[in-house]
Design a protein around this ligand. Sequence first.
Ligand SMILES: [Zn+2]
Length: 468
Amino acid sequence: MPVRYTPLGRTDTIGASCHFLDIHGTGVALDAGLDPEEDGPASTPDFRIIKQEPDWYIDHVLVTHAHHDHLGGLPVLFREFPHALAHMTPATRKLADVLLPASARLQRRRMREGSSAYDPLFDEEDVELHSYLYLTHDPGDPFDITGLNGQTTVTAEFFDAGHILGSAGVLLTYEDEGTERRLFYTGDTNPNAQTIIPGGTYPEPPIDTLLLESTLGADPEAEQTTRREEERKLRDAVVRVLERGGNVVIPVFAIGRAQEILALIDRYKQRGDIGADVPVYTAGLQRAISDIYDKTRTDTPRLNNDFRVYGVDQERVPRSSQGKRRGLHEPSIYVVTSGMMFEGTLSNWFAQRVVEDEDSSIILVGFSKEGSPADRLLTAAESAEEEMHVVLDELVGPQQLRCEVQRLRFSGHGTRRDLLDIVGRLKPSRVVLVHGDADARTWMADNLAHFYPDVEVTNSETGKTLTL
Ligand SMILES: [Zn+2]
């Protein structure tokens, strides 16, 4: 009986990460994400694919990290497969305990406000009920995940992935016709150190099958910039704006980027690049996550175990509009969500307030989906017109764009060169490309064929089963 692999999430975009493996009777899901581009049932992995096969079942789900597109569908998986057990690192569990209830509340609010036509996929009680099914394992501690009907022993082991706090790649080891086989799933991975967390670690070669993320496969710019350069540019931009009395708005994602940027601002303050008394504002879920970063600082990989995100002086963004406006009178730094400046979020609110002020700056440090307010701002800033306008919020309409707009690269993903290096290091017989749009995977496939002609490269396709 062969080992079979079937992706359950969309594979033509970043989509919802969820990969099913049938390993001689043991059913394993790698990640259980929700698709951020979709709403309601369309955002979940397609579990019908498994239900249609009489012998398929999920015994174990391994969650690589706490991003929504890898973790967000876990309560849905438990509803479909109530006897499954979830495995994750201790830090991912701490993040899940904050993020899944927050996701349930957000879904309920969106339904109530009419911004979603669907009932919530789960509520806080579901999340609470399932949380006793989470088992935690430190990277480097192998654990058994053989299913009830498993005919061979299946062992799993986490490896630090260098992507966000708690992130891990997964090594599965099992026997196949008398031979030991090794499959490694990268999850989202970054071999390079960021500001708080060090780069990822990987198993010893060789690997039989490598499920490789391809997020930055179509991004030539990423490999032409170095983190050091971006850090310098950020420092220069912040110094420049504060000196001329403006405000700095840095839209961030709540997990990872927010904490990494605060760590950099702290460094600029420590070195005297900017005044120690310059107010730094943060808010919301990001603060709860920063607290988890701090609580895990001695037992998760860090570049500096003494660094605390809350060691960086920060004020909570005032709730009232009046309070927020008052803060803007003094040159300040706003590290606020959402990263793409969606309407109704704090980063959008502050961007609207500073966009017409030529002394201020909006610094984008993450990915901007096409059509998002952050993308509209970048497009407007890059247009050569003398008088530029941008719509940050449809309800407000066009605003004159007079502030400085800068885009810097602080990705938590390895560049495409890094991904090729990972293949060189792990020496797999086969690579299955996951988690990347079509262009990204085409580039990866072409370059893998060029640099590693002996490696068999396959593109994953939703619902299409590969025999490994
Ligand atoms: Zn991620």
